[in-house]
Write a protein that binds this ligand. Structure first.
Ligand SMILES: Nc1ncnc2c1ncn2[C@@H]1O[C@H](COP(=O)(O)OP(=O)(O)OP(=O)(O)O)[C@@H](O)[C@H]1O
Ligand SMILES: [Mg+2]
Length: 252
């Protein structure tokens, strides 16, 4: 195995038997359910209340969009849903887990096994091929090498990159990089995909291809999708549409 792959897999690896403890009950219900979610950022000068009692319910296998002005809290909300940021107050269930009850130790496992992230920038590892970029998170999550690579190949074929498996990120177009990033987000069979301005860095044609692919995911893989965007036309494609206004989520 390539020494860089071993190094990447060894650094911060989540082993296959890493678990979320038994007190984190898995609940078979909506993909996302939150009540009274509150998040503030405190600095020396002031406390900024970004989310002020957000309520939301997203059925499993459906897609939703969140629009809102710059600074309205879209990325903050997605970071909380994905277990990157902690909520200050409220109740939050994502993919069956009660996030407000998960410990710091459990959160990385939750992020790896329950959530797939797609950002505005692809964040592919530049020294690894498309295939390795997609396979690594599965390998790090404990899937054997052969299975991880086979799964990565299947996913890259699914997103239309059959001819680009061994290309490095610098050898892919912007749209191709973003499709590889989507394949990577899918590799651990997440229950929820969180996409933050996923087409923000693409031209119109690539943006269309990538958004079509994202909105196909619930039907294709059974995952649920939350997409934050400034683009109202893109937001219209989601089955449930929200706007984040003055710290609360409204249906739009
Ligand atoms: N770690 C942090 N510390 C302090 N303030 C923060 C932090 N993260 C975000 N904020 C503030 O919270 C507010 C919401 O930010 P956020 O990035 O969630 O907005 P957004 O809706 O995603 O904006 P954009 O559309 O520009 O991406 C902003 O005013 C921002 O400055
Ligand atoms: Mg943002």
């Amino acid at each position: 195995m390539n020494k860089n792959i071993r190094k990447a897999a060894g650094d911060g690896a989540i082993s296959g038997d890493a678990v979320i403890s038994a007190n984190a009950t898995i609940l078979a219900d909506a993909a996302i359910s939150c009540k009274g979610l509150w998040k503030s950022f405190a600095s020396k000068a002031e406390t900024l209340d970004v989310l002020k009692g957000v309520d939301m319910e997203l059925p499993t296998g459906s897609s939703c969009s969140i629009v809102g002005a710059s600074g309205s809290g879209k990325s903050t909300f997605l970071s909380i849903l994905g277990g990157i940021e902690r909520l200050d107050k409220g109740e939050l269930r994502v993919g069956g887990y009660e996030l407000h009850r998960l410990s710091e130790k459990e959160l990385p496992v939750f992020r790896t096994k329950v959530i797939g992230f797609v950002f505005q920038f692809h964040y592919l590892l530049k020294d690894f091929s498309a295939l390795e970029n997609v396979a690594l998170p599965a390998y790090m999550a404990g899937l054997g090498r052969k299975k991880a690579w086979e799964k990565a190949e299947q996913l890259l074929i699914k997103v239309g990159l059959k001819e680009r498996l061994n290309h490095f990120p610098s050898e892919l177009s912007g749209g191709e990089r973003q499709r590889a990033a989507i394949a990577r987000a899918l590799v651990n069979d997440p229950r929820v995909i969180l996409a933050d301005e996923p087409t923000g860095n693409l031209d119109a044609q690539n943006a269309d291809t990538v958004s079509e692919l994202l909105f196909e995911l619930p039907a294709l893989t059974g995952t649920s999708l939350v997409l934050a965007t400034h683009d109202r036309e893109l937001a219209q494609k989601a089955s449930v549409r929200f706007a984040l206004i003055q710290g609360s989520l409204q249906t739009s």
